[in-house]
Design a protein around this ligand. Structure first.
Ligand SMILES: *[C@@H]1O[C@H](CO)[C@@H](O)[C@H](O)[C@H]1NC(C)=O
Ligand SMILES: *[C@@H]1O[C@H](CO)[C@@H](O)[C@H](O)[C@H]1NC(C)=O
Ligand SMILES: *[C@@H]1O[C@H](CO)[C@@H](O)[C@H](O)[C@H]1NC(C)=O
Length: 316
């Protein structure tokens, strides 16, 4: 090899090395966290994180509190000044499916396609002014890619030192007359490609009707979900409509037994007649770190009171 060429090669390697070092440092910074805080990162465990911040005293999903639809600026402000531990917000695309569609991720729950708050502004406010956990709920596949790009940018800048949950309903579930799920293949591959360091929160679309009280999640629906995520590396929490959970409990119990990465998040629609009895049954038949309870009052307080009484008496 001619000397000049050798120099060029050596110089080239030097550049590669510098680039590699800079990349490694910026990646470590992006992922780094408070010293000794394993869970202060987007893919950290939510309960471990809240334990490390002192918000909960032990790993029990019943201690975790949620703020719904912290979307518009006023709602986000209320959420930020509350003592709630995890902010849940809905992401949509501005002007979705109209001539005015911009591709900009905004904070809005469908059918709303306009908002006074963009995801970019939301992240800026939430990351700067709170240490709350983050759950972003995607109602359309178009919102996912650009949003994950924003998240990745913030993470590379070292600003996302807390768990992030990426939520979408990716399969059709009980009582749903027309398919409405976010495309599972596209959703999961976007997460793997753009923002794999997060917890997946993937559920089924549902409709609850008191006229069909027996209708609930089927074994088939649950196995299908398991088959979509079993080979993935992420932690996965499955949002489950609480009012239908007990009737399908054998299936969910099976699902939880399939992986340590799995948990459930029981949620309630405002008018769902969830009973304390069903909740106590589920709590008794699961480990306390396996289930989050995102429920409304007064049922939540009633349930907490009885659940704590029970665990108190079983300890004593
Ligand atoms: C799009 O924006 C224009 C200008 O603001 C408005 O006149 C029009 O009604 C909008 N179209 C839709 C479908 O919202
Ligand atoms: C989801 O998207 C994939 C890839 O674009 C496509 O092949 C598949 O048919 C879609 N699935 C559904 C249920 O629409
Ligand atoms: C459906 O619910 C009714 C009323 O609770 C009950 O009597 C019946 O056994 C249930 N049927 C099935 C198939 O679970």
């Amino acid at each position: 090899m001619a000397p000049r060429k050798a120099w060029a090669v050596a110089g080239g390697m030097g550049v590669v090395l510098v680039v590699a070092v800079v990349l490694a440092v910026s990646l470590t910074q992006g992922r780094s966290s408070q010293p000794g805080c394993e869970s202060c990162r987007p893919d950290g465990d939510m309960m471990d994180y809240l334990l490390s911040t002192g918000h909960i005293s032990h790993k029990d999903g019943l201690l975790v509190t949620w703020y719904h639809a912290a979307n518009f600026r006023s709602e986000m402000e209320t959420a930020l000044s509350s003592d709630v531990m995890v902010l849940e917000a809905d992401v949509n695309v501005e002007g979705l499916n109209t001539e005015n569609e911009t591709g900009v991720p905004i904070m809005a729950h469908p059918p709303a396609i306009y908002s006074d708050n963009t995801l970019e502004h939301w992240l800026e406010a939430v990351l700067t002014r709170s240490i709350k956990g983050i759950k972003l709920d995607f109602k359309s596949i178009q919102a996912v890619g650009p949003s994950l790009d924003l998240l990745r940018k913030q993470t590379e800048d070292g600003r996302v030192q807390r768990p992030v949950w990426i939520n979408a309903d990716i399969l059709d579930g009980p009582n749903v007359p027309i398919p409405a799920a976010v495309n599972a293949t596209q959703f999961l591959s976007l997460v793997q490609e753009k923002y794999p360091d997060a917890t997946l929160s993937v559920g089924w679309t549902t409709l609850y009707s008191s006229f069909t009280p027996n209708s609930t999640y089927t074994q088939d629906m649950i196995e299908k979900m398991h088959s979509l995520v079993e080979a993935l590396p992420q932690k996965v929490t499955f949002p489950v409509r609480a009012v239908m959970a007990r009737a399908a409990w054998s299936h969910f119990s099976w699902l939880l037994s399939q992986s340590d990465r799995y948990s459930l998040t029981l949620w309630q629609s405002a008018s769902d007649p969830v009973t304390v009895d069903d909740l106590l049954y589920i709590r008794k038949n699961s480990a306390i770190h396996q289930i989050y309870y995102d429920l409304f009052e007064p049922i939540l307080s009633q349930f907490k009171q009885l659940a704590q009484k029970r665990s108190g008496s079983s300890r004593g």
